[in-house]
Design a protein. Structure first.
Length: 472
């Protein structure tokens, strides 16, 4: 890890996957608790020699060697860590001070430190004693796809009548030579991997993927009782909602219902791509809606959400996360959480090949709103798409209200203000990524805006928000 990336971690502050430790008296017990919680959760970064507020305190250069040796010794001691871990700290020099950087990977095992199980909850390392919670942690670590679960008594009679034929037509519409064209219903279902075998029990039958994609509503509620998607419009009545649809249908029908909800409540701006008119709204919502349906973790009790507000719309869906990162087209590795479901959506034209959806979402959101969306992979996978009714990609109308257009601010400062209004919790690193400049450049602009009294920070660095004042 290089010094610049460490600085970015420090600027982002402590969070679910980043922890600062002073370590003034060496590596103490709380560091090992964090190692245990990160390895049991989804991994993370520990910076020793950094204070809670992000100040780089540094470590005594002569003590670093002994600290690293002691750290490795504790993690390899089965009386302290079970199972043991092999992690080697890295010495990083920043601004003339040395710190230890510890990257903790997510482990396939469940670890204890001094016979205690720790898990990461927000910014805290929490002792886990509940047998239910421990069972959930084991389930989370199972290297299986939930969609492959076998229901040996389920068959074609559990599927919604006529839906197989609809999907066949969609596949052939996309590709006239599609193999499904001349298959029987049973052959189509087998080719889509909707039938399988559990090699541990020997059970054979329909997979959860097949039932979720095409099943009748009562069947889905039986095999996956927590499954539903909550679509909400919240623009006027912010305490409750202006419109709401609870979607319990199979995934194919859910896609159609959610697309209709988006078309009802989101404007469709005129845009020409080459010589053809393109619906930016449909391009964006197609990627967002297919994502929350294809890549959710169906064993989770959390409900997927699709929420439209005045200045953005966003989605949340439970996820078996591979990383804890903000995803951008420049920095992401596409991983299918449910490959059978994703492949079926691709066949019927409801999604594109893995990875292209992210690039399309960023491309069309910038044309639709003038700024980038946000995608964050964590236990809840979130997508936030800014909305700006005043923006037009054809005419490049500013996203800043007229009151600030003649304020003497630079274009970059205006863009920063627009992003802060749309996403009050946005960080300097995220602003830099949206604007395509360095974090240092953004920090200098923020310093000028704060000095001018245009913006102020409310709350702590890691959980506060920006307040944009009226510019006269």
């Amino acid at each position: 890890m290089d010094a610049e990336k460490i600085k970015d971690l420090i600027r982002s502050g402590e969070n679910q996957w980043t922890e600062f430790k002073r370590c003034g008296n060496g590596i103490e017990s709380d560091v090992y608790e964090t190692v245990c919680s990160f390895s049991n959760h989804f991994g993370g970064h520990i910076l020793c020699g950094v204070l809670d507020d992000g100040t780089i305190n540094g470590l005594p250069p002569k003590a670093i060697g002994a600290m690293k040796k002691n750290f490795i010794s504790v993690l390899s001691n089965s009386a302290l860590f079970s199972p043991t871990l092999m992690i080697e700290p890295e010495t990083i020099e920043i601004e003339g001070k040395k710190i230890l950087y510890i990257q903790v990977p997510s482990s396939s095992d469940l670890h204890t430190y001094k016979k205690v199980i720790y898990d990461r909850v927000l910014e805290a390392d929490v002792k886990v004693t509940s047998t239910t919670k421990i069972a959930e942690m084991y389930i989370r670590k199972q290297n299986i796809f939930t969609e492959k679960k076998i229901f040996k008594y389920a068959g074609i009679s559990e599927l919604e009548p006529g839906l197989i034929e609809k999907c066949r037509r969609l596949a052939v519409l996309k590709n006239d030579e599609h193999p499904w064209k001349n298959m029987t219903d049973e052959e189509l279902l087998k080719s889509a991997n909707f039938f399988g075998k559990d090699w541990q029990t020997g059970d054979e039958g329909m997979t959860l993927a097949g039932l979720l994609l095409l099943g009748k509503q009562d069947v889905i509620m039986s095999v996956c009782p927590t499954y539903k998607t909550d679509a909400i419009l919240r623009r006027v009545n912010l305490d409750r909602y202006d419109d709401r649809v609870l979607v319990y249908n199979n995934l194919v029908e859910s896609y159609d219902i959610l697309m209709q909800f988006a078309q009802k409540h989101l404007s469709d701006k005129f845009f020409m791509e080459g010589s053809q008119t393109v619906s930016l709204r449909d391009k964006i919502t197609r990627e967002v809606i297919s994502n929350i349906l294809m890549h959710r973790e169906f064993s989770s009790a959390y409900v997927s959400k699709f929420v439209i507000e005045k200045e953005r719309f966003y989605t949340e869906n439970p996820c078996r996360a591979q990383n804890h990162i903000e995803i951008t087209p420049e920095h992401f590795t596409p991983v299918s959480k449910n490959p059978i479901i994703a492949r079926f959506f691709t066949n019927i034209g409801y999604a594109d090949e893995l990875g292209s959806g992210t690039r399309n979402l960023f491309k069309y959101t910038q044309l639709y709103s003038g700024v980038r969306p946000r995608m964050v992979e964590d236990e809840m996978f979130t997508i936030s798409v800014p909305l700006d009714e005043n923006y037009s990609a054809d005419y490049q109308i500013s996203t800043i209200p007229a009151a600030t257009e003649n304020s003497g601010l630079s274009q970059r400062q205006n863009s920063i203000i627009a992003l802060m209004r749309q996403i009050p919790s946005i960080t300097a690193v995220q602003l830099a990524e949206n604007l395509g400049v360095s974090s240092r450049t953004v920090e200098n602009e923020i310093k000028q805006l704060r000095k001018s009294g245009i913006i102020e920070r409310q709350g702590a660095t890691k959980d506060g928000k920006w307040i944009v004042k009226e510019i006269r």
